[in-house]
Structures are given as C-alpha cells and as structure tokens.
Design a protein around this ligand. Structure first.
Ligand code: HEM
Length: 235
C-alpha cells in the first residue's frame, strides 16, 4: 500500500473510533438531558429519579452497581474520544506537510479548530460539573443525602441543582459551556454522518438538518434548566 493509502486508512480508522466513542457520549448527553427534564415535575420526582439511577439492576447488581458500570463506560469513551481526536489532528498535520495531499480548506480548518477548543471547554466544564453537582466540592450548599425514618437514603439532587443555579454566574457558565457543547455536537454529528458515508449532494441538506436538530434539542433542554431556576419556574 502507498504511503498515502496507509495514511488515509489509518486516519479513517481513527475517525471511526472517534465516531463510535462519540455515539456513546452523544447517547449519554441526550439521556442525561431527558432525565433532567424530571426537574419540571418537582423535587420529589427528580430526587426519585436520582435514587432510581442508583437502584438500576438491583438485586442482580449491588446498590449503585449500574452507575459504577455507566461511569466506567463513560470515562472510557471520553478517554478514547480524546485519544482519537489527538491522533486525527496529528495525522492531519502530517498530511499537510505532504505536497500531494489536497490542502485543507479554510472551512475545514475552522471546523477542526472549533472542535479542538470546544472539546477543551467541555472537558473543563465536566470537571467543574462533577465538583459542583456530583461531589459538591465547589457547591456552597450541597447536601449529599438524607436518611429516611426507615433507614433508607434519599438523594437531594433537586436541592443541589436549584441552590447551585441560583448563583447567577454559575448559571451563566453552564449556559456558555452548553453553547460550546452545541457547536461540538453539531460538527461532531455532521462528521459522524460523513464517516458513515452519507456524503452526497442530495443527502447533505438532510445531514445538516439532522445534526442541527439533535444539537438543538440537547442544548435547548440543558440551557432551559438554569434559566428555569433563575426565573423561578423551578425551585
Ligand atoms: C444544565 C444542564 C445539566 C444539569 C442540570 C445536570 C445535572 C446533573 C446532576 C444533578 C448530576 C448528579 C446526578 C446524581 O448524582 O444523581 C449530574 C451528573 C453528571 N453530569 Fe450533568 N447536568 C447537566 C449537563 C451536563 C452535561 C452537558 C454533561 C456532559 C457534557 C454532563 C455530565 C455529567 C456527568 C458525567 C455526571 C456524573 C454522572 C455520575 O457518574 O454520577 N452534565 N448532572
């Protein structure tokens, strides 16, 4: 196989790995947003949902067992996604140094730069988000759980989200990070469809609409939460 053939093949392989891990992460952000919509049904419903997440699979799995598995899959997908992104960037840079490889268009350069910076912002957001709403380290009024009269434990996720988002700059940060996530999802889904081979002038407008539609649904849901708390709709 020629050098270009090898380069092309491996770059495509890396893109497929990025797409596959991207699908796992996309599935997570979509289901996380849908689950969080329970906030609109009130504290009891939302906390019950958070408790249920810890009970999935019980008694076949121990309490919180499914959550541990989901976390491991999620961390694995994030690491694989970052590794593949780094590899694709490296290969693209190497390809640019080869005179017979078609130079990148300005648009493609802009998109990949946006993806890289968007990815970094999302990663920083996730670290902050875990410190804020999972561990409560940076939350001024975090309640880990309360113990019921029968000895069972109840999560206080609703209280944590509402008191967390009442701090206006925290809400602004969530909104900004979710706009970065929207652009990342849009470009990511667009590229995913390309990796799947949906690259035909007739299909392209649908690709764009589908990618924009998915990104918009996830982002609109996520952004609605801090806005709902700040405006008093939830709380
Ligand atoms: C405004 C939108 C969001 C809200 C209100 C929200 C809310 C929450 C809450 C309450 C938890 C703790 C759940 C629990 O302990 O039961 C959580 C965990 C988490 N969130 Fe979010 N989230 C939002 C957006 C996001 C986004 C955009 C991402 C990823 C890009 C994300 C990733 C995570 C992760 C990885 C966890 C930890 C899951 C675990 O291992 O328990 N969240 N979120």
């Amino acid at each position: 196989m020629s050098k270009i053939g090898t380069l092309y093949g491996s770059s495509l392989g890396k893109k497929a790995i990025m797409a596959l891990s991207g699908v796992v992460l996309f599935g997570f952000v979509l289901s996380h947003m849908v689950g969080n919509l329970k906030m609109y049904l009130g504290a009891e419903s939302f906390n019950h949902y958070a408790d249920w997440l810890r009970e999935i699979g019980y008694p076949a799995l121990p309490h919180g067992g499914a959550l541990v598995i989901a976390r491991a899959v999620l961390i694995g997908a994030v690491l694989v996604h970052i590794w593949a992104a780094w590899q694709v960037t490296r290969l693209n840079r190497a390809a640019r140094g080869q005179r017979y490889v078609k130079p990148h268009t300005v648009q493609a350069d802009y998109a990949s730069r946006t993806m890289r910076w968007g990815g970094v912002i999302i990663l920083l957001f996730i670290v902050y988000h875990l410190l804020h709403l999972t561990w409560g380290t940076v939350h001024p009024d975090f309640i880990h759980h309360t113990t019921n009269p029968d000895g069972s434990i109840s999560t206080q996720a609703f209280h944590n989200v509402v008191t967390g988002f009442k701090v206006w700059w925290v809400s602004v940060f969530y909104i900004v990070a979710n706009i970065a996530l929207a652009l990342h999802l849009y470009h990511g889904l667009w590229s995913l469809f390309q990796t799947l081979g949906w690259n035909h002038p007739k299909l392209n407008p649908w690709r764009r609409r589908l990618a924009a539609g998915f990104a918009l649904v996830v982002t609109a849901g996520n952004i609605s939460f801090p806005i709902a708390v700040l405006t008093g709709i939830v709380g």
